[in-house]
Design a protein around this ligand. Structure first.
Ligand code: BV8
Length: 248
């Protein structure tokens, strides 16, 4: 398939990913049937108020997910690998901005990327802001090695009502992108769900790749619908062909 839009081979490609790209690696999504939010209430586990009110419950929620990521043999899938290969082979800039807190993009080889909702494998001290790698359980009794305060170590993730990370990189990259791709996200969470409009207003070609049409599917020029491991390679082939380049 070739897009009606011509793509300049030196175009910047901005890729937003969500939980759907990690689904085939065995990581639960949030809003699918049996997803995380069908088992937990956001207000109980993913807000700063929840952490202030019942930190043990919040720690248990993230400790369970961190333990699974580290110990359950979760590996990057062909979708993560295809994006890492794109970064190597595409003549222009490729930036992956993920809403995911897993490390699967990095483990697949993506380098030019950022976690706008933080990382499960990092802890942050609520008191002094110190961030450290973290692959084990956190609990309220732990003392921060930098400031000596206890009770403040939390997962280095962005909760609802908190400012997402990386704005200084994200918005300039959206402004210069020639192609905006959204992969594996339901389009419910802002400001991420608004990125497609930012890119479209600057004239970017916008493409959605998802198991099914997302909440903001109508905002995209093209859609590839099905499992990411099957659709992402098709989408990347169309991009190379539309730029007059031989596919990966
Ligand atoms: C903020 C924590 C402001 C880490 C998460 C308008 C503008 C701005 C904000 C708001 C607004 N309206 C409402 C808000 C507030 C809120 C919000 O958006 N609420 C929603 C629910 C309405 N936003 C915020 O609070 C954000 N902060 O705006 O701050 C501010 C300004 C100044 C000062 C202070 C604050 C913060 C949002 C971040 C919240 N944290 N996670 C964690 O626990 O993981 S969000 C959570 O949802 C995850 O990060 C997740 O990534 C994210 C989005 O979900 P998806 O990734 O899309 O996952 P989902 O399950 O929904 O969908 C998966 C998709 O994959 C599905 O479509 C499915 O079809 C598809 N799929 C499944 N299998 C496959 C597949 N696709 C392909 N292949 C497959 N095999």
């Amino acid at each position: 398939m070739v897009f009606a839009h011509k793509i300049a081979p030196d175009s910047g490609i901005f890729i937003l990913t969500g939980a759907g790209i990690s689904a085939e690696s065995g990581v639960s999504t949030f809003r699918d049937k049996d997803g995380i939010w069908s088992k937990y209430d956001i207000e109980d586990v993913a807000t700063p108020e929840a952490f202030a009110r019942q930190p043990e419950i919040v720690h248990e929620f993230y400790n369970m997910r961190r333990h699974a990521l580290v110990h359950d043999g979760i590996m990057p899938n062909k979708g993560h690998e295809a994006l890492a290969l794109l970064e190597k082979k595409w003549p222009g800039e490729v930036l992956v901005v993920t809403q995911n807190v897993d490390d699967l993009h990095e483990r697949a080889g993506s380098q030019n990327m950022l976690h706008m909702h933080g990382e499960l494998l990092k802890s942050r001290c609520h008191h002094c802001g110190d961030v450290k790698p973290c692959s084990t359980d956190l609990d309220v009794s732990m003392v921060c090695a930098v400031c000596g305060e206890s009770g403040g170590l939390r997962p280095d993730v962005v909760w609802f009502g908190e400012m997402p990370m990386g704005d200084q990189v994200i918005y300039p990259a959206l402004a210069r992108a020639g192609v905006f791709i959204s992969i594996g996200t339901s389009g419910h969470v802002y400001p991420a769900a608004g990125f497609v409009l930012e890119a479209a207003q600057r004239g970017a070609l916008t493409i959605e790749c998802n198991l099914e049409r997302s909440a903001n599917a109508d905002m995209f020029d093209y859609g590839f619908y099905g499992a990411g491991t099957a659709e992402i390679p098709k989408l990347l082939e169309a991009i190379f062909l539309s730029a007059g380049l031989s596919p990966l």
